[in-house]
Design a protein around this ligand. Structure first.
Ligand code: WT7
Length: 574
């Protein structure tokens, strides 16, 4: 094992919400968490109520819920403001006949309107479908089509990427922008909001009713719609308490976009269930601007990703000294392996431990984590959240002893576990192929102290800068390019991004390899699918390794790339 298992950074905060880990784990009971919610008595469930309106009802309406800033706007909203604005949007949705169970998508950059829209959608009992703003035509269409979305909230800038003529079910587009020309099916967001009442009835739902549909990538096929229900709030609330360690008066900043699950579970639900002030920053990454966001907003709890921390490390120590980061109390990370040297650097330079957390779109919430009150072993993802039983199992479901690598699995169920893969029961069942377990697709081992150590993915899913990319989606786009005969896509290890996307391509007759062609093909993916899915590296090959049934063997491509033995080639074509 490559990690330095013996290295320990001692517990930071014995007074944190969790207290002693072993004790909390042993005494845990989900019913104690349920009792925190009024629906335990009333039966009236709705995430938007618990996240926003409840704070108003309980006298916390004047607290700041949202501090938004991007290069062009700087705005602040109280819980009362968000309650009223989301009521208005709920009324706008209802005026168009949108109701419980409908899928309503949001496709826009981070803005106050994005958060108001999501809350309004939940208030009418509809299911939110977030789309990352970098998605292009194909990515947008695939997701809207698969989900049967009836409505979309988007901006005038992004609207051209929505192929309306190919989406017959998409009846309503709420358009955020200026000077909107009247057109069938287009609803002027600001104009309608102006006339809408700020009083609205909340649609009370069942705990098992739909909350959110996050599309994510696997190694084969189109992206899968991971369906979560309102019951997930138990996990969001509890982990917000013991993992984010949220306390009264916290100013919390999650750097993820709501297009990804971190940006909703921990960029919306967990902080607001706790009544924290949620900082949202739009615009691109820049070390100075990000440190400035912490300084200006007096951020106390900060949740980000290894890629960002590696870029901060690259930017050096001097720039840290130019900002006052003294309000920070707790730092967390998610999305990809957090390098031990980054943990050491953060400890030295920020004076705080960076707490790694492990979970997935499918799990809906954090499952294996580091806690303020527990020693950190740099390079380890930590230990299971109380209420969660994780293990390393072999392919037959047998639990493996410490220090043996195998499938990272979790005992079913838990409150925020996905309830469906939309339209695809077989894909859903694959995760649960071993009775009693959820199979994550990650490999890991557990050491003798019960700490989990990430080892890799079983499948070909690529993790670039913490964003999950399915090679199939990229390959499908590549072969649409007139010069491309065949394409195989892999993740190539990269010091900053974790992995970058590398495409191996064989060209059609009449096309010659050139640097211009590489750039042009990469741009084709960027403009047709998404910037984050575009290959950063392309290599032309006369032929790609394929199985006899014609499947491109990504495993062999990866072995070429890494100069490793290619393994069993018995199924290769020639
Ligand atoms: C995959 C899930 C939900 C968080 C954002 C990513 C990888 C996630 C860690 C970690 C090593 C990690 C896994 C996982 N991953 N967290 N702490 N250490 N790897 O969600 O896009 O659904 O991706 O991200 O491979 O399976 P996602």
């Amino acid at each position: 094992m490559s990690q330095m298992q013996g290295e320990i950074i001692s517990a930071g905060a014995p007074s944190s919400n969790l207290g002693n880990y072993e004790e909390a784990y042993a005494n845990f009971n989900w019913e104690d968490v349920e009792k925190q919610f009024s629906w335990y008595e009333t039966g009236k469930v709705n995430m938007a109520y618990e996240a926003i309106d409840r704070h108003v009802d309980e006298g916390r309406g004047d607290r700041i819920a949202l501090r938004f800033n991007d290069p062009t706007r700087e705005e602040t909203y109280t819980f009362k403001d968000l309650k009223e604005k989301s009521n208005q949007f709920a009324n706008v949705l209802r005026s168009q006949g949108i109701s419980k169970g409908d899928r309503v998508f949001v496709f826009m950059p981070r803005s106050p309107e994005l958060y108001v829209s999501i809350l309004g959608i939940l208030k009418v009992g509809a299911v939110v479908g977030p789309l990352f703003e970098a998605f292009m035509e194909t990515a947008v269409k695939d997701r809207l089509e698969d989900s049967g979305a009836v409505a979309l909230v988007t901006t005038t800038t992004l609207l051209p990427r929505v192929k309306r003529d190919e989406l017959p079910l998409l009846h309503h587009i709420f358009l955020v922008g200026k000077d909107i020309e009247p057109e069938a099916g287009i609803i002027d967001y600001f104009k309608e909001m102006e006339h809408a009442s700020s009083d609205a009835e909340i649609e009370w739902v069942n705990r098992e009713d739909g909350l959110i549909l996050h599309y994510t990538s696997g190694s084969t096929g189109k992206p899968k719609g991971v369906y979560h229900v309102h019951n997930a709030m138990l996990q969001h609330y509890y982990t917000g308490k013991v993992v984010l360690d949220l306390k009264e008066g916290d100013v919390y900043w999650c750097t993820a976009d709501p297009g990804w699950v971190t940006g909703t579970s921990y960029g919306i639900f967990a902080p607001w269930l706790h009544g924290a002030t949620n900082v949202v920053r739009g615009g691109r990454f820049s070390p100075g601007d990000w440190y400035d966001t912490i300084q200006k907003n007096k951020v106390t709890v900060w949740y980000s990703a290894p890629t960002a921390f590696r870029m901060f490390m690259g930017a050096g120590e001097d720039i840290v000294k130019q900002y006052d980061l003294s309000t920070l109390r707790h730092i967390l990370s998610v999305g990809e392996p957090l390098n031990p040297e980054v943990v050491r650097w953060g400890y030295k330079v920020y004076g705080h431990r960076i707490h790694d957390t492990w979970w997935m779109t499918e799990t809906g919430g954090q499952l294996i984590c580091n806690y303020p009150s527990m020693p950190i072993k740099p390079g380890s993802m930590g230990k299971p959240v109380p209420g969660i039983q994780a293990a390393i199992i072999d392919d037959n479901g047998k639990e493996l002893p410490p220090n043996r690598m195998g499938n990272l699995a979790v005992r079913t169920p838990w409150p925020s576990m996905m309830r469906l893969i939309w339209n695809n029961a077989p894909k859903y069942e694959e995760y649960f192929r071993i009775p009693g377990w959820y199979i994550s697709g990650d490999t890991a081992y557990m050491d003798e102290d019960g700490y989990f150590w990430f080892q890799g993915r079983i499948d070909d899913v690529i993790n670039s800068s913490g964003e999950r990319i399915g090679p199939f989606e990229v390959e499908s786009k590549l072969v649409e390019h007139p010069a491309v005969a065949e394409a195989g896509v892999i993740g190539k290890p990269d010091p900053t991004r974790g992995e970058i996307i590398k495409a191996f391509i064989s060209l059609r007759e009449g096309f010659e390899p050139s640097e211009e062609l590489k750039a042009e093909i990469s741009r084709f993916v960027k403009e047709g699918l998404s910037a984050h899915a575009a290959p950063r590296e392309i290599e032309f090959k006369d032929k790609l390794p394929k199985t006899r049934s014609g499947k491109i063997m990504r495993r062999v491509l990866k072995a070429w790339e890494l100069n490793l033995p290619a393994g069993d080639l018995s199924t290769i074509e020639d």
